[in-house]
Design a protein around this ligand. Structure first.
Ligand SMILES: *[C@@H]1O[C@H](CO)[C@@H](O)[C@H](O)[C@H]1NC(C)=O
Length: 543
């Protein structure tokens, strides 16, 4: 067998196998003249109809006349006639689209054969046409999407098997390589199965972070080795599943609120807020107070779901001016964080001044000089600031005044001399008022008695008394009764009556009348004689 090589179009390589042993057999009686040769052509698949396969006339060394006279034709057992013999030009052309993949699948080399027969004399030539692959198929993936759900806590080095691609072309035109689109987390690893087949997986190279990238979109690209190169791709969707890797974070390190004392129960104060980057229950927060003093628990409440802090008990500025509480947020995965909450209490004027009488001098003598101290008073107000500033006052019509000596101490003093006979007792109301708005006040009443001094002389109820007496009376007869009064009190007002020592007709008055020193009743001492004495004048004395 001789091999003759030549080139066509400067690029495709044509190989013609030439069978030179011409065996000429004649059809005389039992002899049949017979010549056999074999030619082999090679063409790429997918040539258009009418494309040249080869010049058989030339390659077999036959002229066109012989072809025509010998009624040259193709005989073939194969169902599809891919080639057509053009006897007018002595060439073989493509008569039908040739798909190498359809014809041979992945069997290589791929070819089909047929015979050309001529008569007179009979010749039989076998023609084999090899179909070479052209890169007319791209690698394809069965699905257009691969989905993964991967926990953000997946270990580095974890592998995730990827779907393989198929390319119907053969050899270099078939699948050669995989490429994973650029990304921060995965690298591609190609492995061989024991049977030699390849599989590909993506391997976690850097820890996932759902909070940064909850979804990743990658692309797996399969490329063949043809020229031009063809490729196919499949999208890879990675959903990163949450792991509880984030603690809650409060949006403030310190929260400040203020509350009016005596605020109504249910009064909202402030809402604390924390966020958790995790999702689902890992990000679901529950608020609470953390290490709160036992007594504060009854005053404030925190709503576990909303973080709102409300008043639930009595806020008393006088007891607590400031509360410092730690608030806590906890996710369902158990991670916690805390923040500080400062609640300042605003004073309201809810305390009236308290008055304490330290000392009281009662009774006080009516001859006490002005500015005598009667009482020392201490005032106290539990409120602060202006709410706790106290002023004391008393009734201006009284002869007293109240003056502050020390802070919160007051002296109640007399303004003038007192007169027990005018007013023997004072109910002095001391009013203490604070400077709050509205102001609160309280009062106390001091009962001050004025003690007597003997500063009033007795006074007869009349300037003069006169009466008549019948002569010849019995000695000892009560003639008259005089009465004097004394404004002073008690001992100072007990009176004794005397007669003023006078002479009547050379005799002392006491020889005519006497006076009962206790009750002022005047008695006759002797029997009077009208002819001797017609009138008697004397002066009683209230001693
Ligand atoms: C002072 O108060 C007392 C007790 O309330 C009362 O008995 C007294 O009469 C009052 N005195 C004066 C002078 O109002």
């Amino acid at each position: 067998m001789a091999v003759k090589d030549f080139y066509r179009n400067g690029c495709a390589r044509w190989r013609v196998f030439f069978q030179p042993q011409w065996q000429v057999l004649f059809f005389i009686s039992c002899y049949i003249p017979f010549a056999v040769s074999q030619i082999r052509y090679s063409i790429p698949e997918e040539m258009s109809k009418g494309s040249l396969i080869g010049n058989v006339a030339q390659d077999l060394g036959l002229d066109l006349k012989r072809l025509r006279m010998g009624r040259a034709r193709i005989v073939t057992g194969e169902s599809t006639r891919y080639a057509e013999l053009r006897t007018d030009k002595g060439i073989l052309v493509v008569s039908e689209r040739i798909d190498r993949e359809q014809l041979c699948g992945d069997i290589t080399p791929c070819s089909f054969s047929f015979e050309i027969i001529l008569e007179n004399p009979m010749e039989l030539h076998q023609v084999t046409v090899e179909i070479t692959d052209v890169n007319d198929n791209s690698p394809v993936f069965e699905n257009n999407k691969i989905s993964f759900e991967i926990s953000e806590s997946a270990a580095l080095g974890s592998g995730f098997a990827l779907e393989r691609a198929y390319d119907s072309d053969v050899e270099l035109n078939s699948l050669q390589n995989y490429i994973l689109s650029r990304n921060d987390y995965f690298v591609l690893k190609q492995n061989s199965n024991p049977d030699g087949s390849k599989y590909v997986e993506m391997v976690l190279d850097k820890a996932l972070d759902r909070e940064k990238h909850p979804h990743l979109s990658l692309k797996l690209i399969a490329v063949d080795g043809g020229s031009p190169q063809r490729s196919g791709s499949v999208n890879i969707d990675v959903t990163v599943l949450d792991a509880n890797d984030n603690a809650p974070v409060f949006n403030q390190t310190v929260y400040r609120a203020s509350v009016m004392e005596n605020s109504e129960k249910g009064t909202p104060l402030i809402t604390v807020n924390a966020t958790d980057a995790d999702s689902g229950t890992n990000g679901q927060l529950l608020y609470s107070f953390s290490d709160i003093k036992e007594q504060f628990k009854d005053i404030f409440n925190i709503d576990g779901n909303t973080g709102q802090i409300t008043v639930i008990g009595d806020v008393d500025f006088e007891k607590d001016k400031r509360f410092e509480i730690r608030v806590k947020a906890k996710d369902q995965g158990g991670l916690t964080s805390t923040s500080k909450l400062i609640i300042d209490v605003t004073d309201i004027n809810d305390n009236a001044p308290a008055i304490n009488v330290m000392s009281l001098s009662s009774p006080i003598s009516e001859d006490s000089p002005p500015s005598t101290t009667i009482a020392i008073i201490h005032v106290k107000d539990a409120d602060s600031g202006r709410n706790g500033q106290v002023m004391c006052s008393i009734d201006k019509n009284f002869p007293f005044s109240i003056k502050s000596s020390l802070s919160n101490y007051y002296n109640l003093i007399t303004d003038a001399f007192l007169d027990r006979e005018t007013q023997s007792e004072y109910n002095i109301t001391v009013i203490a008022t604070d400077s709050g708005s509205p102001a609160l006040s309280s009062s106390t009443t001091l009962r001050l008695k004025v003690s007597d001094i003997n500063d009033n002389a007795p006074v007869f109820d009349r300037n003069s008394y006169s009466t008549h007496i019948l002569e010849n009376n019995k000695p000892g007869l009560s003639i008259y009764s005089v009465t004097a009064r004394d404004l002073d009190w008690n001992q100072n007002s007990i009176l004794s009556y005397f007669l003023e020592d006078t002479q009547i007709g050379g005799e002392p008055i006491s020889s005519y009348v006497s006076i009962n020193s206790e009750n002022g009743i005047i008695h006759a001492v002797r029997s009077f004689d009208y002819e001797q004495i017609k009138q008697l004048s004397f002066i009683p004395n209230d001693g």
